[in-house]
Design a protein around this ligand. Structure first.
Ligand code: CTP
Ligand code: MG
Length: 214
């Protein structure tokens, strides 16, 4: 679980915000613990200001990919499948953790949760009247990718060995030729990025509880 970011767009360290009687990071770690044999949490170099119940806690780096590498270095030798999760996605369910793990168990190098894109997509460039639409892009095979993402440990370590940077780990695995499978993502796994995302997340989680689908 990577929780070493500074939350620039959010306006502060979102992973320590209160959420439904606990904290954002505690929710993410609790779900990971309910599924995985062990959990490594990567925290800011200054330490976590809120309590974290994990098997290992290590300081992170300057980028998300660096923080993931800090976590990878803390893995016990016998680990074969690794799940990587953004602390900032506290709504991700245990079912999705299990689904990505199952896909890798079945033979894929990696697996990611995905939601089909629903907005119309356009590219735009600076023109004489400001930003102008260049063209509309078909969304028929485009997906928004979430975490947790699962990988064969050897493939993930090889992908990270060059010290590359990407917004997710599958990006590095794809660049090194690995096969990444897509499983069904979930709205409730949205990433806290802007402050209003917390309102949406709370509504989604409360709605799920009321429906009895949590
Ligand atoms: N993360 C991390 N180490 C970093 C940067 C990010 O562990 N150096 C983690 C964040 O804590 C978060 C996840 O990676 O759980 C996804 O990153 P993002 O949403 O970009 O969070 P921040 O980097 O904190 O936010 P921002 O980019 O707005 O500063
Ligand atoms: Mg970031």
């Amino acid at each position: 679980v990577v929780a070493a970011g500074s939350g620039t767009r959010y306006g502060g360290p979102k992973q320590v915000d209160p959420l439904l009687g606990s904290t954002v990071v505690a929710h993410s770690v609790a779900t990971a613990r309910s599924v995985c044999d062990g959990v490594v949490v990567v925290v800011p170099a200054s330490g976590s200001p809120v309590p974290i119940e994990a098997d290992v806690i290590v300081p992170g780096g300057d980028s998300r990919s660096e923080s993931v590498r800090c976590g990878l270095r803390a893995l016990p030798v016998d680990v074969e499948i690794v799940l990587i999760h953004d602390a900032a996605r506290p709504g991700a369910s245990a079912a999705v953790f299990k689904a990505v793990e199952a896909a890798v168990h079945a033979g894929a190098d990696g697996a990611v949760p995905a939601l089909a894109v629903t907005d119309t997509l356009k590219s735009a460039t600076l023109g004489s009247y400001g930003l102008e639409v260049a063209k509309t892009i078909s969304r028929s095979d485009l997906y928004a990718i979430q975490t947790p993402q699962a990988f064969r440990r050897d493939v993930l370590e090889a992908a990270h060995a060059g010290g590359g940077d990407a917004t997710d780990d599958a990006g590095l695995v794809e660049q090194s030729g690995g096969s990444v499978v897509v499983v069904e993502g979930e709205r409730r796994a949205l990433k806290l990025t802007e402050p209003e995302d917390l309102v949406m997340l709370q509504a989604l989680l409360l709605g799920t509880e009321i429906d009895g689908r949590s």
